[in-house]
Ligand binder design. Structure first.
Ligand code: GDP
Ligand code: MG
Length: 178
């Protein structure tokens, strides 16, 4: 926890990992700005965006979201990026089986080298492309369950399940004692 977390207001570092092109930047922009731009080369940059959500128990969670600007291609840089992260969101594209294999690589990497109490979520994105689906819901669910992760399918394009993803993560965060 960084400086201004307390029992009612958490501040957490969240990193996104996954193959290039699976929609990580689009998920962040949909969540933070409510936008989807299919044409622009989405580059959030090396810095982070943040977004605060309120939970029903009147606590708030401020996500400091670290999105890569293409560094996902350089596995050696990853430890710098996920160091100290409370949350790892590992994204694949449901139309791309290679991206699902790569997601499994990132899960293992974070289990081995991430923070010991890290909350991990597995996200199958581009769920709007049902006719091009190549990774079944069951395969995603089974893998996540075996690895004690939260699983959800999303669409940054239609906004389906984007807020739910972050709300479910927020509910699973370890709480500091009051
Ligand atoms: P990143 O490399 O993982 O950050 O991927 P981007 O966010 O840059 O997205 C890569 C491409 O996938 C872009 O052309 C997006 O428009 C497209 N994309 C992202 N999310 C979705 C989605 O949910 N549905 C569809 N159909 N396309 C998406
Ligand atoms: Mg990106």
């Amino acid at each position: 926890n960084g400086g201004d977390s307390d029992a009612k207001n958490l501040r957490v570092k969240l990193v996104l990992l996954g193959d290039s092109g699976v929609g990580k930047s689009c998920i962040v922009l949909r969540f933070v700005r409510g936008q989807f731009d299919p044409t622009s080369k989405v580059t959030v940059g090396a810095s982070f965006l943040s977004q605060t959500i309120a939970l029903q128990d009147s606590t708030t969670v401020k996500f400091e979201i670290w999105d890569t600007a293409g560094q996902e291609r350089y596995a050696a840089l990853a430890p710098l990026y996920y160091r100290g992260a409370a949350v790892g969101v590992i994204v694949y594209d449901i139309t791309n089986p290679d991206s699902f294999s790569k997601a499994q690589y990132w899960v293992k990497e974070l289990q081995k080298h991430g923070s010991p109490d890290i909350v991990l979520a597995l996200v199958g994105n581009k769920a709007d492309l049902q006719d091009k689906r190549e990774v079944s819901v069951q395969d995603g669910m089974d893998y996540a369950e075996k690895n004690g992760m939260f699983f959800i399918e999303t669409s940054a394009k239609t906004a389906d399940n984007i807020n739910q993803l972050f709300e479910e993560i927020a509910k699973r965060l370890p709480r500091p004692s009051p």
